[in-house]
Every structure is written in structure tokens, then in C-alpha cells.
Write a protein that binds this ligand. Sequence first.
Ligand code: C2E
Ligand code: MG
Ligand code: MG
Length: 610
Amino acid sequence: MTAQRQRRIKPSYCEMSRKTIKILLVDDDEDDYIMTRDLLSEIDGTTYDLQWTTNFDGAVTLIEQREHDVYLFDYRLGERTGLELLRAAIEKGCRAPIIILTGQGDKELDMLAMRSGAADYLVKGQINAPLIERSIRYAIERKRSEEDIYRMAYYDVLTSLPNRLLFRDRLSQAMGLAERHDRKVAVLFIDLDNFKRINDTFGHHMGDQLLKNIAERLKNCMRKCDSLSRQHPDSAVDTVARLGGDEFTILLSEIGHGEDAAKVAQRIIETLAQQFTLNAYEIFISASIGIAIYPHDGNDIDTLLKNADAAMYHAKSEGKNNYQYYRQSMNASAFERLTIENKLRKAVDRNEFVLHYQPQIEVRTGKIVGLEALIRWQQDDKLIEPAEFIPIAEETCLIIPMSEWVLHTAATQIKAWQAAGFHNIPVSVNISSQQFQHKKFIGSLHGVIKDTGIRSRDMILEITESTIMRNTDIVFHTLYELSKIGLRLSIDDFGTGYSSLSYLKRFPLHAIKIDRSFIKEISTSPDDAAISKAIISMAHSLKIRVVAEGVETKHQLAFLSEQGCDEAQGFLFSRPLPAEDIEKLLAMDKNTEGSIFPILHRGYGIVQRR
Ligand code: C2E
Ligand code: MG
Ligand code: MG
């Protein structure tokens, strides 16, 4: 060990001896406690604060609080031993030194204690004040130097960030966990653009200062992105490391989609784009970032780093100050997804959505008895279907403001139609699972009803089977609150989940909607026909209405009619239409005695037969 190193260690003990050294003694013999206390009080120059406990579990709890500088464990602790406690302490991450005390000298035990990680081993009969003082002092000093060595081995001296070795270690840990839990890990390789110029222009000292500042920004950037990776006990640690020179790496230990890494990369680019002020100079710097995702882009540390590095070079060749995925295809899909997400964010602010409505027809009479509101995104002259943006909206929580808009717009439209003379046509609104479980959901429903003045029977909420099957307290509570408001509930896409009708009967249900996938094959697949038939008859026995979704053919309608299905909805009658077109349909429906949909009167005589 070098002289410089020893100089660093010595003051640390001196510093400690000036303050109070906190000790926890775990010993089931009070005499031993008194002896230790008295010995410590004999030592000049250092104050010891001795805490004593006899209890093994109590000791573990105290150790977890990490308030002590040194631990003294008696070897005999009733049924247990001091070595067991030592192992428990180390397992709990205890980094303070532990000294084992025993009644008699035993070489084997001594060796065992030291091998298990004890700092020292003292025989009670031989302890005196100088011996215990020396043992404690050495134990603290040794721990300090171990910590120093650890820091030097695993951390970068300039920036205090983890170095290559620790990064590899964390990456390997993250890969192990990801494999077990079927998750993804991202490695970002960051290289500063034209950093050499900074060194050449301002000198190495300024270069070093800048690297330190950059390290700080990178760390902050990760903190802001915390929400991307939910840290739970089975998580590895997200890490920013400096590999050397102007190269940094980032480990995102647990990402949902490969695209999540792009968000962090983008944030880094934006963070670095803000000027640095050093010694009154304004310095601008940018970075090129390469991204590799485990397991797609490599199954081992070296391959992942190599591929992230290759992607970084690609970013350089693309003009620097950008990020690139290792695989070209990922660039495209991540870009597309991010573009949709960004546009969606603006769309919510700019009100770029419209609601279309699809009529729901009473099978027996052919009359319009309801409408389903379906959202569309009006992008320039394109209408985008919900399948393309609802999943992204759900992942990014944009679904919440979007759903608020849907509720308000539908309710306002209901009022407008009522003013035009269509009073009893309830509108069904689709509620996403996230929205349903959102703490403000009931409040916003109250708000909508109050603001627009609709009656609760004017709106029906459609939730999917899987939402209700989550079965959480929130779901139950929300259902209860809904029944208080008097809003009716339909189960959408019924048959695709695993619920039983009798289970669903516990909730105040208005209707179930048989999923389109069953209706599609109803006239050709005996299985689908049998399922639909069973759903209809069971629902009826529970006094729940049945709506068939996606009715496209006369055959399907004939079958449904025969089975006594209550309502049908589908292209056979009408596609979802803008509100003005619906108003025309409603007017026709009102002024026509029978059905306005000729299919109900012709060909199959369905209406007449029932
Ligand atoms: P959904 O609630 O099951 O809506 C029925 C879907 O089936 C609609 O698709 C409708 O256009 C389509 N459809 C109706 N009749 C037929 C037919 O005869 N044949 C075929 N092939 N399709 C038919 P759309 O409008 O694309 O909506 C898809 C899904 O997006 C909806 O399924 C619903 O889950 C969701 N969605 C729509 N609007 C909203 C909304 O405002 N909020 C939420 N959270 N989700 C919505
Ligand atoms: Mg629906
Ligand atoms: Mg549906």
C-alpha cells in the first residue's frame, strides 16, 4: 500500500475518534455487557456510545438501521450463534465491521469467523482496554481501506460515476433478471461529439470540468426518466457509467419496449443541448448515442456493448447529435411510434378527435334503440381508427384526457339530439380499463352529467370483460359508485375473456355484447353458433340484454333473431357515422313506422315471424 494511501486512511480514524463511535453489542450475558462498557470507558481520547441487546432478531432490526460504526457479537446467543448473526448482517448489506467475542479461544472458530467476514475475534477472558480499543480501531481502518479500494476499483475518479467494471457487473445482473422475468434491457453508448476540440481549445482542466458537469446532467436525466423503469425488489439498477475519455454508457435495466430507450436518448440529447458555463465561457456540446437491446441485439455483455458502439458510429455518420438503434428496423418502428405519440400529445391539446356513432338496432322491431360512440382521429384529411392510437394512448396515459373529451362530447351530443326531438336514444361510450380505474373517473362522470344536464339513463358505459375481471377493490368500488349514479353498464367484447355470466350477475349489468369474432362465423361454425346460443339463453335467464356486435350478413341476423338476441349492431345496418348523418337516420327512423333497414322486412321475414 502506498504512503499516499495510508495518509488517506489515517485521518479517517482520527476523524472518527474525535467524534463518538457507536457500537452495538449483542450478548445475552449482562455481566459481559457491564465489562465491555467499563473497558470502553477506560479508553482515553475517544467516546464510545455502547448500545446493548440480547435478542437475535432485535439485533438484525438494529443492524438494518445502519447507525453503528462497529458491531460486537457474542459467539453464544442462546440457541443461535454470533456467526449466524454475522451472516444475517452481511446479507442485509451491513458494511460496518463486526467483531466476534467468545468465551474461550478456539483456533478453528477464529478462522471460521474471519473467513465469514468478521473483522476480528476476541476471547473475553483476555480482553483489556488497550486490546479492545486496538481491535475496534483496526477494524474501522480496515473497513475504510476496503471501501477505498472498492471505490477505486469500481468508480471513475474524475466523475465518481461507476466505471466499466461496475457497469459490466450491473449489466450482467440486469440481463440475468431480464431473462428470468422476460423483460428487456437497453444499453446506450454515448460518445461526445468533437470533444477533442474542447480539450485543445480550453485545456485539459476545463475538459475535465466539462466531463464532470456532463456526468451530473446524465445522472439527472436518468432520474427524470425513472418512471420508465419501475423499480421493484426484483429490479436491477439503472446505471450511468463512464468508460473513459468522453465515452459514457447507460444501462436501462428494465424496459417495456425497445422504444423506451429512445425516450431516454432523446432526453439526453436535449439535456446536453443546453449550454454549459465554465469559467465564464459558454460551451456547447452534443453527443451521438447508439442503442442495443437485450436480448435482440446480443446475448452477452461484449456483444451488446459492441453493437451499441456500432450503433453509436452509425449515429456519428448520420451527422452526429442523434441516436440510432443497432438494428435498422428498430429505428423505423421506434421512430414511427414516437411520432404517433408526439402527434397524439398535440392532438389532445388541439382537439383533433371526432366521435362517430353506430346505430344499435332492436332485432324484434328493427328500430334504432341506441348508438355507440366511437372515436376517430382526424389527421389532416385522414381519419385514423382507434386500433392505431388507443393502445399508445393507454400506455402514455393520454387516454385519460382523451376519455374526458369523449365523455363530454358524447354528452353534449346527446343534449343536442334531445333538443332536436330524439329523447330516448341512449349513447354507449367505451371506457378503457385505465380510465375505469382512475381515481377521478367517478368525479368526472358527475362533472359531465352536471355540466351537460343529461340524465343518467341517457348514457351507457361499455367496459370490457377483462376490465371487470381484474376484480380489484377499485373495480368493485367504482361499480358501486356507478350504480349509485344510475349509469348503466354493458360488457363489451363478451366471450373473449374468462368470465362466467353468473359471476357478472353480481354487478348491475344492462347488457352484454357478444364479440364480433363469434358473430363472424355464426352461420358457418357450429361451435360459434353454439356459444352464441348459450350466451343468449344464459343472459336472458339472468335478465341481461344481449347485443350482437359486427353483424354483417342477413344469415347472421336470421340466426340471432331466431335465438332471441335483443339488439344487433354492424355494417349490415350502418357503419359508424358522423353526428349529422346519424341525425338524418334518427329522423327517418322516427318518421317510419317499421324499420328503416329494409333487410329486416325483406327476404327472411324475420320481424313478421316473431
Ligand atoms: P368496440 O367497442 O368493440 O367497437 C366496435 C368496433 O367494431 C368498432 O371499431 C366498429 O367500427 C366495429 N364494427 C362495428 N360493426 C362492424 C361490422 O359489422 N364489421 C366489422 N368488421 N366491424 C364492425 P372501431 O371504431 O375501430 O373501434 C375499435 C375499438 O376501439 C372499439 O371496439 C373500442 O374498444 C375502442 N374505442 C373506440 N372508441 C373508443 C373511445 O372513445 N374510448 C375508448 N376507450 N375506446 C374506444
Ligand atoms: Mg364498444
Ligand atoms: Mg366490442
